[in-house]
Design a binder for this molecule. Structure first.
Ligand code: B12
Length: 213
């Protein structure tokens, strides 16, 4: 039952079937399946297949956009059912996709996970001007700046944000974490970021450790 629902959620993302994705998200709720599991084991698995098809040249931008819409529609249904933990102390995170980069599916999953863990997330969206990360962190007295990049060409933007923090004398006031498919722990270290996480669920634990330091 559970596996069948995951499979159908994944299939609807691959097929770009928004209506089907909504229907299977509702089925998942009815069947008492954990909403986060439905996102990660169903929808995100489908997105992995889409990524492979795109890379093989079998899918083009229009197909990927349909898949992204199907995924977003199902996430909207599942989101209210994600169990929210109370954070021990309130932690504010400024999150965004760096300038020049409009890939926000992963960032949105990270947001869902962080909010579910009880963190306060200031979502700056995608294609975020680099200085805005610093401005918003100051404005909200944020504990963490979390940056996402999905392209090798936009990754250097994360380094620039850290350089801006140093320039403005704010580097020791806020922790930084980066993520996104082309990034790595080594890259994070090389640009002076405090942390890196592979995926949305890992991000929660990594940020908890980061702010406890
Ligand atoms: C979907 C997609 C699109 C969609 C984006 C829709 C949207 N709203 O996001 C559309 C069709 C619009 C698109 C457009 C383009 N794309 Co595109 N796209 C992809 C694709 C297939 C999947 C990305 C995705 O959503 N993955 C699923 C999510 C769930 O995974 P994720 O993003 O990696 O996120 C997870 C982790 O990385 C992590 N994470 C992510 N962010 C963060 C942040 C923090 C702080 C942390 C801790 C963790 C974390 O957690 C997430 C969840 O677990 C990738 C292929 C790939 N292998 O990545 C190409 C890819 C990223 N795209 C690529 C390209 C080139 C483009 C275009 C330039 C194409 C074009 N010619 O127009 C444009 C770029 C426009 C722009 N300026 O940004 C290239 C980038 C190559 C490079 N230079 O590095 C890729 C790698 C494909 C390829 N092999 O060529 N794309």
């Amino acid at each position: 039952m559970k596996e069948e629902i995951f499979k159908n959620l994944a299939k609807c993302v691959v097929d770009g079937d928004e209506e089907g994705a909504r229907k299977w998200a509702e089925e998942a709720i009815k069947a008492g399946i954990d909403a986060y599991e439905a996102i990660m084991n169903g929808l995100a698995e489908g997105m992995k297949v889409v990524s492979e098809l795109y890379e093989k040249g079998e899918y083009y931008v229009p197909e990927v956009l349909l898949s992204a819409s199907a995924m977003t529609a199902a996430v909207e249904i599942l989101k209210p059912y994600i169990k929210v933990e109370k954070a021990e102390k309130p932690i504010t995170i400024v999150l965004g996709v760096v300038e020049g980069d409009i890939h926000d599916i992963g960032k949105n999953l990270v947001k869902i996970m962080l909010e579910s863990a009880g963190f306060k997330v200031i979502d700056l969206g995608r294609d975020v001007p680099l200085s805005k990360f610093v401005e918003e962190a100051k404005k909200h007295n944020a504990d963490v700046i979390a940056m996402s990049a999905l392209m090798t060409t936009t990754m250097p933007g994360m380094k620039k944000v850290i350089e801006l923090l140093i320039k403005e004398g704010y580097r020791d006031k806020v922790k930084t974490i980066i993520g996104g498919a082309p990034t790595s722990l080594d890259y994070a270290k090389s640009i002076g970021a405090d942390a890196w996480a592979k995926d949305a669920s890992a991000a929660v634990g990594v940020i908890k450790n980061l702010v406890a330091k």
